[in-house]
Design a protein around this ligand. Structure first.
Ligand SMILES: [Zn+2]
Length: 283
């Protein structure tokens, strides 16, 4: 079941009920629609397509993929008529990582049997503006969660699709924590934003955006602080496991418990990175 939410007059959000509350977006213009990301399973992406076709009687002109991760791109092949836009690193990563991972996933999961990887053909680097039917979509490179993440700002509606730069538990093991901090700060500087659609989880409303972003930055400082302390004390896995999500200001039930896995992975990742750094021969 996909949860559909109208978040502005011409903007919709579709949230996966099957996997990690992934969000996909839809901007409706007089010249056609722009879809931002797809949902993990074809049957869920089909719900977006049916809505556009049957309810709006419109067509999809562009599909923006915010990064190469499976849960956001698997439905792209269902939009053959749309031009696919992404960061230029996204295309590389899809070929090198998403494609082999898909073939493997298809062995295990019948629901993915029909998925074919559709690669982006319009590639952006730092920033790009898409104009369609009186709407302005500003695309920004926003690395941290992964090197190829882009955010999409719908100017006329003041809605930001923040992709996985903003999620209930920041997750940076495919990118790095320093970039993630910068990218979250860049969103804080963006003006003016009314609603933020996170890559996963509930849509953030005007009044809560700032405090959520501050909590995310505090979380990043907190996990880094704990990892540094544990390293200094000669601790290991047991000590990392003792750091709870609540210790770093976030909810244990984030993303139906999935957030806890992300948190653990963040801690191990930082710890491994720091150990590797320390093991490098001097000079
Ligand atoms: Zn994601």
């Amino acid at each position: 079941m996909v949860l559909r939410e109208r978040i502005a007059e011409h903007v919709y959000d579709f949230r996966s009920g099957l996997y990690a509350q992934v969000n996909a977006g839809l901007v409706v213009t007089p010249e056609g629609c722009v879809v931002i990301d797809t949902l993990p399973f074809p049957q869920e992406t089909q719900e977006i397509i049916r809505f556009v076709k049957n309810r709006l009687r419109a067509r999809v002109r562009y599909l923006i993929l915010t990064h190469s991760h499976a849960d956001h791109v698997y439905g792209a092949y269902l939009f053959p008529e749309a031009e696919v836009i992404a960061h230029l690193r996204c295309r590389d990563l899809m070929v090198k990582q998403t494609r082999p991972a898909l073939l493997e996933a298809q062995q295990r999961n019948l629901a993915l049997a029909d998925v074919q990887l559709r690669l982006p053909s319009m590639l952006i680097e730092r920033e790009a503006t898409l104009r369609l039917g009186n709407f302005t979509l500003v695309l920004h490179h926003s690395p941290g969660h992964a090197p190829d993440v882009i955010t999409v700002y719908v100017k006329e509606e003041k809605v930001l699709f923040a992709s996985d730069t903003v999620m209930p538990v920041p997750y940076f093991v495919y990118g790095n924590i320093a970039d993630m901090r910068r990218s979250i700060q860049a969103i804080k500087q963006m003006a003016p934003v009314e609603d933020v659609v996170q890559g996963h989880g509930e849509v953030l409303l005007r009044g809560e955006v700032d405090s959520v972003l501050d909590a995310q930055l505090a979380y990043l400082d907190c996990v880094e602080g704990h990892v540094n302390r544990i390293l200094a004390e000669g601790g290991g896995r047991a000590e990392l496991d003792a750091v709870s999500l609540e210790d770093c200001g976030l909810s244990r039930i984030a993303l139906d418990g999935f957030g806890l896995q992300l948190h653990r992975a963040n801690l191990y990742f930082l710890y491994g990175q720091a150990r590797k750094q320390a093991a490098k021969p001097a000079g």
